[in-house]
Design a protein around this ligand. Structure first.
Ligand code: ATP
Ligand code: MG
Length: 229
């Protein structure tokens, strides 16, 4: 795969060794693999070509985002190759930047390790035998659910206090590993300072989480919301 080669060459130039092991999930916008990075077992998320990628769904998230140069803004607006490239680069850079910021602040997310081209190297939630399940595919005991719910809320509050809303939070974007819920998938994350509808996205994120945990425990949505006021 040509995509791989560019990443491998680039990693080599930077003094890293990368060995792709196996596919975890391949999707329309990105594919995730297990890999060895300098001998460490990691996950690598590779975004598909901007030419092949559909951006229509992402536009609401970019409201309030600005580009440094008018020519860049026009290119993004027109959706030409340069614009699509710019927009994709900004998504990948943003995702890595968010992950670093949130991980440092103590949110339960995979550790971001390296960003090369259109690839993000992350802590692998799994080992050489099993890969973490998504929360949606996991049945929790009452006790596990209480702890997991508190953990997800705590991380979401860390995001909020840093001016970030995940924007696509749901049990599909949380992985269950070693009895801990890890929140993943941040390219659409919202900057509260510049996004006019940040609060709407926060409430939607919280509703998705509450709905899932209600399968296992009693949850008061208003009480949850009040923690974010
Ligand atoms: N750090 C990780 N460790 C293990 N598996 C991971 C990791 N990150 C992602 N995955 C796997 O890859 C899948 C897709 O990852 P992610 O949600 O970040 O990408 P996506 O392009 O948004 O995919 P989707 O459309 O399914 O949400 C996850 O559901 C999970 O199974
Ligand atoms: Mg996802």
């Amino acid at each position: 795969m040509e995509e791989f080669q560019i990443i491998l060459d680039c990693a080599k130039k930077l003094g890293h060794t990368v060995e792709i092991l196996s596919s975890i999930k391949s999707g329309k916008e990105a594919s995730v693999f297990s890999a060895l990075l300098d001998g460490r077992l990691v996950a690598v998320k590779i975004y598909t070509n901007p030419e092949e990628r559909a951006f229509q769904n992402s536009n609401p998230y970019l409201a309030g985002k600005f580009y440094k140069r008018a020519s860049e803004e026009r290119a993004v607006g027109k959706g030409n190759t340069f614009g699509r490239r710019l927009k994709q680069d900004s998504w990948i850079t943003r995702e890595f930047f968010m992950l670093q910021k949130l991980h440092k602040a103590g949110a339960v997310i995979p550790e971001p390790i390296l960003h090369i081209e259109n690839a993000l190297f992350l802590e692998l939630l799994g080992d050489d035998e099993v890969i973490a399940n998504r929360l949606i595919d996991t049945v929790l005991s009452g006790e596990e659910a209480v702890l997991a719910f508190q953990s997800v809320l705590k991380s979401t509050k860390i995001f909020w206090d840093l001016g970030i809303v995940h924007g696509d939070l749901s049990p599909y974007n949380i992985l269950w590993w070693k009895s801990q819920p890890y929140i993943i998938d941040f390219p659409q994350a919202i900057d509260v300072r510049t996004h006019p509808d940040a609060r709407v996205f926060l409430e939607r994120d919280l509703k998705n989480i509450v709905k899932y945990f209600r399968k296992f425990i009693t949850v008061d949505f208003e009480e949850v919301l009040s923690r974010f006021l």
